[in-house]
Write a protein that binds this ligand. Structure first.
Ligand code: MN
Length: 258
């Protein structure tokens, strides 16, 4: 089995190394990842400049582009073979609810899915809602737990492939593997709108702005990814890409024709 691995935290990240370690016994693993952190890159492609691919000393390929660039380039020409699976992660932080729209981790997997390859996005959800306080950032995280879950899912796939095109968003609680509650299939929850933009002054006295943190959880009810992870379960959400709001088509039709 040939597995293409990517992420959005960069080719040097701890979560990526843990994922590669866990997947290597299962097949031929090739890493094509961004050369810097591109969290929040969503499904963007770089169209205004050429991209370069370099090989890091550990054998990972790094590209000066987005997670989507990496998977797109790898599958559409850089690799001499078609991957059997794309695995993205392990992301440093949760990708639940609305996060999935902004996430580069999910985007790398989505690109695999759009190119017809079964794909998994794996994120390590730490903190109450996957947010990062200073304390949480400074403590060591259980990337190996999430990597082992990814390997479990790939193994399950090898024995019995899931039927149909698949894009699975996986969030793993930050705890020892033995302390996980098991696998739970979920729907995406929802967050409140994001926190306000943060204003600061740069060393030249100019006002600069930081995009604020994601909003707190708005829908974390039973059945959601937030709910499962908070209860210690591994959350698996099957995703699709069609954004059409089907129930609203009739209403829009009458609005434009009246
Ligand atoms: Mn990230």
């Amino acid at each position: 089995m040939r597995i293409l691995v990517s992420n959005d935290d960069g080719y040097f990240s701890e979560g990526l190394a843990a994922l590669v370690d866990a997947l290597t016994p299962l097949g031929e693993v090739t890493v094509v990842a961004p050369d810097m952190e591109r969290s929040g890159a969503s499904n963007s492609l770089t169209l205004d400049r050429p991209l370069t691919m370099r090989r890091a000393p550990n054998g990972f390929y790094r590209i000066n582009g987005t997670p989507t660039d990496c998977v797109h380039m790898a599958v559409t020409g850089l690799l001499k073979w078609q991957p059997d699976m794309v695995v993205s992660g392990v992301n440093h932080g949760a990708n639940m609810g609305d996060d999935t729209l902004y996430s580069g981790t999910v985007a790398a997997a989505t690109e695999g899915y759009l190119l017809g390859i079964p794909s998994l996005a794996i994120s390590l959800a730490y903190g109450a809602e996957g947010g990062a306080s200073e304390r949480e950032r400074s403590q060591s995280l259980y990337f190996s737990t999430a990597a082992r879950v990814a390997a479990d899912l790939v193994k399950r796939w090898q024995h019995r492939p899931f039927v149909g095109p698949s894009l699975i968003n996986v969030n793993v609680p930050d705890r020892p593997y033995e302390a996980l509650g098991g696998l739970k299939v979920t729907r995406l929850g929802r967050r409140h709108k994001a926190e306000p933009v943060i204003q600061a002054t740069n060393p030249r006295g100019e006002t600069v702005y930081w995009v604020g943190p994601a909003g707190p959880v708005a829908d974390a009810g039973e059945g959601t990814d937030f709910h499962a992870v908070a209860a210690g379960w591994v959350s698996l959400t099957p995703l699709q890409v069609d954004l059409t709001h089907y129930p609203q088509m009739d209403a829009l039709n009458s609005w434009v024709s009246s």
